[in-house]
Ligand binder design. Structure first.
Ligand code: NAD
Ligand code: DAU
Length: 340
């Protein structure tokens, strides 16, 4: 199969490509990524020389570029990871979330229709379901939980999901959607909670916890998410939504204290700061459908995954220090200057 992976220089797309290029040498992987502030080609350097890997710099909002790439490559599968993903940024500047997450994604689906692509997979999020109360641990998000969003980010992801299902019903586009809970692991951009807290704790800087730290997220180690997507594109039913999650609910304060303990840093680094506007209280996924239909099971618990993640950040300081210094943005220039 020839597989287009959009957003493959980001956190989850990067982990997906690093895993699958080696796991499926019989498949070809083309990564399309605009290399926004969140894209980092250094993440992909371990597969850069593989014969079944190609990188294309480009924006999913650019219809002409998308059309040319589809005409050239004739993809069998498209997996759309490309998105603006940070909730706090969507509060500051919602517009780019609409153009990338909805219009960019529509461009990809139009190209899939035109070139008869066998599958369009949309990587979505549990945030489309809104939030759950903190005092009802019995409630979980199911695939039929109504869409009910809180932030411009989650609203844009919900809009994309609805458009994908509409393209399936109206045009018969072979679409699947996965909605995953919070990911963590290697190559996570240090603006998000876990890598931010690890990098700041290592520098003995204060750790900004929003509100009272009681908000709950349901954490999944990133490669467990990647394996689930791989199963869905191969065996998932067209027109279906699959929830992905591993029953790892933690309050933000529990997460931050776990990191401090593992790094042998004092809890006095924790600073409670003004809350995020519209801050979702609790996410919790019911993954029964993907477990029973496709036999997916996560490999990691939060305890095993967070230790592996902290070790990765300790052993790969250069990757995240280059981000904090801004040097990673010169990498494309250095790598590709002589290759154009
Ligand atoms: P990320 O921000 O780390 O990476 C996004 C990637 O998309 C970057 O490489 C960026 O350069 C690229 N990109 C952005 N705009 C683009 C454009 N217009 N054209 C081409 N490329 C563009 O994001 P992530 O955390 O890896 O998330 C990937 C996907 O998974 C997103 O769709 C997100 O909504 C979804 N998701 C994320 C999580 C999570 O916990 N991180 C959980 C569930 C779902
Ligand atoms: O649930 C899936 C979603 O998880 C994805 O769709 C998003 O793309 C991804 O960014 C993530 O969204 P969150 O808002 O849950 O992740 P974030 O890391 O920004 O925040 C996690 C929790 O930590 C949230 O309750 C806010 C809190 N937080 C975050 C930051 C950055 C803090 O308390 N302090 C911080 O500095």
């Amino acid at each position: 199969m020839k597989i287009l992976v959009t957003g493959g220089a980001g956190f989850i797309g990067g982990n997906y490509v690093l895993t699958m290029v080696k796991k499926h040498p019989e498949d070809e992987y083309v990564v399309l990524d605009a290399l926004t502030y969140a894209g980092n080609l250094e993440t992909l350097k371990d597969v850069a020389g593989e014969p079944n890997f190609r990188f294309v710099k480009g924006d999913i909002r650019d219809r002409e570029l998308i059309d040319g790439l589809f005409a050239e490559e004739q993809f069998d599968v498209v997996i759309n990871f490309a998105a603006e993903t940070h909730v706090d940024r969507s509060v500051e500047d919602p517009g780019i979330f609409v153009t990338t997450n909805i219009i960019g994604m529509q461009n990809l689906m139009d190209a899939c229709r035109k070139y008869n692509t066998g599958r369009f997979h949309q990587v979505s999020t549990d945030e489309v379901y809104g939030d759950l109360p903190l005092d009802r641990p019995d409630l979980l998000f199911r695939e039929d939980t109504p869409i009910h969003t809180s932030s411009p980010y989650s609203a844009s992801k919900a809009g994309a999901d609805l458009l994908a299902l509409a393209y399936h019903r109206t045009f018969g586009l072979p679409v699947t959607i996965s909605r995953c809970s919070n990911n963590y692991g290697p190559y996570h951009f240090p603006e998000k909670l876990i890598p931010l807290m690890i990098s700041r704790a290592l520098a003995d800087e204060s750790l900004p916890v929003y509100g009272n730290g009681a908000n709950v997220r349901d954490w999944l180690y990133v490669t467990d998410h990647c394996n689930a997507i791989d199963m869905i594109i191969r065996r998932g039913r067209v027109g279906e939504v699959y929830n992905i999650g591993g029953h790892n609910e933690k309050t933000n304060l529990e997460v931050v204290k776990t990191i401090l303990k593992a790094l042998d840093k004092p809890e006095s680094l924790i600073h409670f700061v003004k809350d995020r506007p519209g801050h979702d209280l609790r996410y919790a996924m019911d993954p029964t459908k993907i477990e029973t239909e496709l036999g997916w099971k996560p490999e990691y618990t939060f305890d095993t995954g967070i230790q592996k993640t902290i070790e990765w950040y300790l052993n790969n300081r250069e990757w995240w220090e280059n981000i904090i210094s801004g040097d990673y943005q010169n990498y494309y220039e250095r790598m590709y200057r002589d290759r154009q």
